[in-house]
Design a protein around this ligand. Structure first.
Ligand SMILES: [Zn+2]
Length: 226
């Protein structure tokens, strides 16, 4: 049984679901994305994504018209294995088609690009043996790309990443709920002071870099929460 947090982009609310590994993900239609497929190799009790990503998957699956094997999707930052500001940690990215033939992958890549349901489809030269596509939101806080700036009042998958990082580093956010409230801001301020960053309570470029560099692939700590 997995606890699944879903940011509903339409209502700006966080939703919580409890699903078995062989059940479909929330907002998924026709059982084309099971919890165990979305989880992949992640050992986390809690998973997260947002409604737009699930709807994009539904569209992609419909447009492609055939089953799509999912090799990699959700991952928590401390589990690592992707870049420092990967959308996989946001639960909004998929690496798919690892078991397809090259011509099937080409067709899938083309349908992903043409579908226009994704924010980004990785060029095939970077990922020759799979297809990566994702949803991403806002303007990257760093000019080089990555996550958007978040601050008090923000909600959604990027808030979950920051809360997860902070708890893992020992700065309690009072829960993992995707809502940037006073406790999350206080945790950000405490972290910024300790890390020698400008203490403004806002997770912008420098704070994202510091947090992600400190947490990617370090593993679950005693202060990590689900
Ligand atoms: Zn990927």
């Amino acid at each position: 049984m997995a606890k699944i947090l879903v940011y509903n982009n339409s209502t700006n609310r966080m939703e919580t679901y409890y699903k078995g590994e062989r059940e479909a993900m929330p907002y998924n239609t026709n059982q084309t994305l099971l919890v165990r497929e979305f989880r992949g190799s992640s050992g986390s009790s809690t998973l997260w994504t947002d409604r737009n990503t699930m709807r994009a998957w539904n569209s992609q699956r419909y447009i492609y018209g055939k089953p799509i094997d999912v090799g990699f999707a959700f991952r928590r930052t401390w589990e690592g294995s992707h870049g420092t500001q990967s959308q996989h940690y946001a639960g909004t990215a998929f690496d798919v088609g690892q078991r397809m033939t090259q011509s099937e992958r080409n067709a899938l890549y083309n349908s992903a690009v043409n579908s226009k349901v994704w924010s980004y489809v990785e060029p095939q030269t970077y990922t020759p043996t799979w297809v990566h596509f994702d949803k991403r939101y806002g303007t990257p806080a760093c000019s080089t790309g990555g996550y958007p700036l978040i601050s008090r009042g923000s909600r959604g998958v990027y808030v979950l990443i920051a809360q997860d990082d902070l708890n893992t580093l020992g700065y309690t956010t009072g829960g993992l709920d995707g809502i940037y409230g006073d406790k999350t801001r206080d945790a950000v301020l405490a972290y910024q002071r300790k890390a020698g960053l400008t203490a403004d309570g806002i997770v912008g470029c420098n704070t994202w870099r510091a947090l992600q560099n400190a947490v990617v692939g370090t593993g679950r700590t005693s202060t990590t929460i689900d």
